[in-house]
Design a protein around this ligand. Sequence first.
Ligand SMILES: Nc1ncnc2c1ncn2[C@@H]1O[C@H](COP(=O)(O)OP(=O)(O)OP(=O)(O)O)[C@@H](O)[C@H]1O
Ligand SMILES: [Mg+2]
Length: 149
Amino acid sequence: MNGEHGAFTVDSEQATVDFGARLARDVVRPGMLVTLRGELGAGKTVLARAILQGLGAADVVNSPTFNLVQTYPVAGGGVAHHFDLYRLESAAELEGIGFRDYLDGAAVVLVEWPQRAAGFLPPADVAVTLATVPDDAQARALTCSVAPR
Ligand SMILES: Nc1ncnc2c1ncn2[C@@H]1O[C@H](COP(=O)(O)OP(=O)(O)OP(=O)(O)O)[C@@H](O)[C@H]1O
Ligand SMILES: [Mg+2]
């Protein structure tokens, strides 16, 4: 996937996990920004965890247990940062944690609720949106855009 846009339905949590594993294997590379959009419970964290696991992160934790960012060593010697900005209170808080420093480097950066950091984020390399589907609690509408490199 390069300069591509896909829209499809993932019909189970496992299908979302499989998609994340595929993104990690085939698309996500060091230095990339991956944004994950969608309402509460859409599946952003399920997908982020699958990407992290696919990158070789160990002991991936649930996002409610960390404050804004969790960093993992990944295969190949680099790191991945998983941000969950849902509880972000102000842009000043981003300045306070040195948010920009996380972005310019070789790290993979995954961001849930990227709209909370509008103005701080460059265009995403991989932009994913998830949405629930009427009448099917296990399905999600997923769109994924991969920027040309
Ligand atoms: N196809 C699916 N893909 C992903 N999650 C699914 C799917 N079907 C059901 N689920 C369920 O939906 C929930 C998704 O929760 P998750 O924490 O990933 O959402 P989130 O988008 O990160 O929400 P939040 O904004 O609160 O962090 C989980 O309970 C998961 O089991
Ligand atoms: Mg989440």
